[in-house]
Design a protein around this ligand. Structure first.
Ligand SMILES: *Cc1c(COP(=O)(O)O)cnc(C)c1O
Length: 359
């Protein structure tokens, strides 16, 4: 604390990102990164942009990221004026809170969800009400049928991995013509139905996606919002009042190349899905309760074993998983899907730890 702080700093609760360990070869299953590298076409595009002398870096990037937005629009059968690009979907979400979710009525989101939502709400002074997940950790759409200044949740939800069918999303969007419904699809490519197909039909639907998970570009920071041109215009107006160039030249060409290599994308996501099913079965065999996941992570608990202690014991073996010290979920671990070899290392460690308890 300092007397130089503005009032807003005092009321913030900053988001705490997962640890990035400074180890040579950690088994890093704590931040939902993709275990596979980006498409080789991404590296080629970056090399091409840099050329011999990195001459292009002298100049500002395209403030509208036009080529990238057109490429992603074509991929989703949208028009470029239905696509907004930002510096990671976290930045896109921050802009969404300012541009579309700050009204008189409180916004709604689940009690167990992406912990950046309450952080942004406090930063931008957006009032909110949390809606409890049911006992199976699922979102019940009917609970959201109440007056609101907007609705936001991930589909699949984080950190549970549970996905709602598109019919539920459409029912919610149709029932809320007076507010914006934001579906954060950070994990949609690992097995859920995207709401992008509904965009032409509903002017109050905004879908947010990212290249960080399914396209292996967490390090480049590229995210998107898709929606009616009037919603995209609102986001652009806030962006241009804040930072004209959120995406640098390398990020723009890298993400464009990633969207053009669909075969690579499909191969990597299919491999992650197969590893998730394998890990789920093997953890279940070890006595874990695993929430059925449509994402690139599993959310699991083991009766009789404290989750924080398990995470600490795994950490001693240089295996990193995520534990949230929060109500209702403090006995769960969120484990990102690694390669099958990384999952096997985790399983061997869990067997050792659980065996050790039994004695
Ligand atoms: C990872 C994640 C994001 C943020 O991704 P970026 O890396 O900022 O694009 C957004 N929403 C959810 C639910 C996430 O898990």
């Amino acid at each position: 604390m300092s007397r130089y702080w503005s009032n807003i700093v005092h009321r913030l609760t900053p988001y705490v990102p997962g640890e990035q360990p400074a180890l040579a070869h950690p088994v890093k299953l704590n931040t939902n990164e993709n275990p596979y590298p980006p498409s080789p076409a991404v590296l080629d595009a970056i090399r091409r942009e840099l050329g011999e002398s990195a001459e292009s870096l002298r100049r500002y990037p395209d403030p509208t990221a036009r080529v990238l937005r057109e490429t992603v629009a074509a991929h989703h059968r949208l028009n470029a004026n239905q696509v907004f690009a930002g510096n990671g979907s976290d930045e896109v979400l921050a802009i969404v809170f300012q541009a579309l979710l700050k009204h008189d009525k409180p916004i709604l989101f689940p009690d167990i969800t992406y912990s950046f939502y309450p952080t942004y709400a406090r930063l931008y002074d957006v009032t909110y009400r949390t809606i409890p997940l049911d006992n199976a950790f699922e979102i019940r759409i009917d609970d959201y049928m109440q007056p609101n200044g907007g609705i936001i949740f991930p589909n699949p939800n984080a950190p549970t991995g549970h996905a709602l069918p598109l019919s539920d999303i459409e029912r919610l969007v149709a029932a809320n013509p007076d507010s914006v419904v934001v579906i954060d699809e950070a994990y949609v490519d690992f097995g859920a139905q995207s709401a992008v197909s509904l965009i032409g039909k509903y002017p109050n639907l905004l879908v947010v996606q990212t290249t960080s998970k399914s396209r292996s570009l967490a390090g480049m920071r590229v995210g998107f919002a898709f929606g009616d041109p009037a919603l995209i215009d609102a986001l652009t107006r806030v962006k241009d009042s804040f930072n004209s160039y959120p995406l640098d030249r390398l990020a723009q060409v890298a993400a464009t190349a990633a969207y053009k290599d669909d075969a690579w994308f499909r191969d990597c996501t299919e491999r992650v899905i197969a590893s998730r099913e394998r890990l789920t079965a093997q953890m279940t065999a070890l006595g874990f309760e695993v929430v059925p996941s449509s994402a690139n992570f599993v959310f699991a608990r083991r009766d009789g074993y404290d989750a924080a202690a398990l995470a600490a014991q795994l950490r001693d073996k240089e295996i990193f998983v995520r534990h949230f010290n929060a109500p209702r979920i403090d006995q769960h671990l969120r484990i990102s899907i690694g390669t099958d070899a990384e999952c096997d290392t985790l399983l061997d460690a869990l067997k050792e730890i659980l065996g050790g308890y039994v004695g």
